[in-house]
Design a protein. Structure first.
Length: 160
């Protein structure tokens, strides 16, 4: 893997991002903006699942309204994150905080798959309920916790 990361770091894009005074800061700013939209829009749904906010709105309607924005912003965060990663792939790959952030993103993905693959199947039964079943609340709380960890560990990458 080290050879692959070294190759990535030596691509033209990686060199441009690393050596241009403005490219990395702009990419990082766009990454933070996209991540803010991702986490903010997901938090809207998660807080509804927890029964804390938007309790009068059906969850299905809220998800239909919010998740398309989340998906677009996630693609933006993914692209900008990859651009930043390749600029110093070997350094980032060995960074403890980067590794934990990636682990948290994998866990986020698992949580999403479980929620959309299993929990949503019974949504018709609890879509308009102010208090949803415990597994649904657990999925919302887990999502908020994992995204908070993504942000915290991501922020620490820059300090190491």
């Amino acid at each position: 893997m080290e050879a692959f990361f070294a190759w990535l770091s030596n691509t033209g894009l990686a060199t441009a991002v690393r050596e241009n005074e403005m490219l990395f800061p702009w990419t990082e700013s766009l990454h933070v903006l996209a991540l803010t939209i991702v986490v903010g829009s997901i938090a809207i749904v998660d807080l509804r699942l927890l029964g804390i906010a938007s309790c009068k709105r059906p969850i299905s309607k809220l998800m239909k309204d919010v998740l398309p924005i989340t998906r677009v912003a996630f693609i933006g965060a993914l692209v900008t994150g990859l651009v930043m990663f390749i600029s110093q792939a070997s350094t980032y790959a060995g960074n403890f905080f980067f590794q934990i952030k990636m682990l948290m993103l994998v866990l986020v993905g698992i949580n999403v798959l479980v929620f959309h693959g299993m929990t949503v199947r019974s949504m018709a039964q609890w879509d308009t309920a102010e208090k949803v079943p415990t597994p649904v609340r657990v999925a919302g709380a887990t999502s908020l916790l994992l995204w908070t960890c993504v942000i915290v560990f991501g922020r620490w990458i820059g300090f190491t």
